[in-house]
Design a protein around this ligand. Sequence first.
Ligand code: GLU
Length: 397
Amino acid sequence: MLLSNRINAIEESATLAMAAKAREFKNKGVDVISLSLGEPDFKTPQHICDAAKKAIDDGKYFAYPPVPGYQDLREAIAAKYQKENGVPYKAENIVVSNGAKQSIANVMLALLNPGDEVIIFSPFWVSYDALVRLTEAKPVLVKGTWENDFKVTATQVEQAITSKTKAIIFSSPCNPTGSVFSRKELEAISAVVLKHPGLLVIADEIYEHINFTGDQTSMASLPGMFERTITVNGFAKGFAMTGWRVGYIAAPKWIADGSNKVQGQITSANCSISQRGALAAITGDLAPTKRMVEEYRQRRELVYRLLKEIPGVKANYPQGAFYFFPDVSSYFGKSDGSTTLKNSDDLCLWMLEKGHVSLVPGGAFGDDRCVRLSYAASEKDLTEALRRMKEILATLK
Ligand code: GLU
């Protein structure tokens, strides 16, 4: 009752809530296979761990780091974007935070006023919508169609823009659909954005390494878009560093300065030792990342084949990230004799309780017909999880 209206207006993070539920079941001794959280099952590569251990032993990294991150890390991130993504960022454009989620929160707090509109490409990662509402701005969901691989088109963007639109946010590769925007598609969207002075794009590239298309275009690299884009990225997915909590933005200096101001008031800076690990990751050998990506590629094939064997499940073929977002709505209205499934929430809860597989309801990502399945799990677990799903879904009449 006493919580703020802002907090009452948002839900708990659905990804983390499902992960917590799966953990509860596991703690009770139930053999749950958790495919809810988007978390690599690989260990952080050794050279990154070694750099962090060395940082502790050096005894130089015990104090508050600079608010936007260590200078050498910011320079290394800027150099990576110059070299690999074709964006001329400098250290002054970079703010390192406690995960990409905090990076996005900083940006939203720095940019949005109550009543501003933010266009969110839907299906969307659960926290975009909540973070926009937390600032009392208004999320405007624009839905990509199944036929266009869930991707929003430039025409749809154009139609959704109003005088109140401040920003557009999307991820590519996309969490939860795995869709990837091609250079051509991003160029078409950028052409629309450039017609509207002041309109910004928040381009979430956290899955950039896990892109099977060979076309990873940064919005900020397109003509005219450097000044209009906030690039979001981090180390969690590409380097199996979810628990280290290191994300960052690369943005025009005025936006980086605004985010830095938010961060200075909220959390001072990102953990010193994690930043030393991140520096080793971004300056080091990408071979471990490439190995992980190859495994994800094989798992994608496995899961796609197994999903197609489940009657009534319609799966898209993801081009990146490590998620499937299958349509399971043919099971809505069906019952196992005691429970009738009305929506994706019901199906996920039932799947966890009866099938012992945890997934995330698609409703939280903007499409209640679907569920999200993370394939950042071993082939053994994936095979068993898909077997359980097929078996338990067959009990519905
Ligand atoms: N980003 C991951 C996911 O979507 C981790 C959990 C979260 O931050 O939402 O599952």
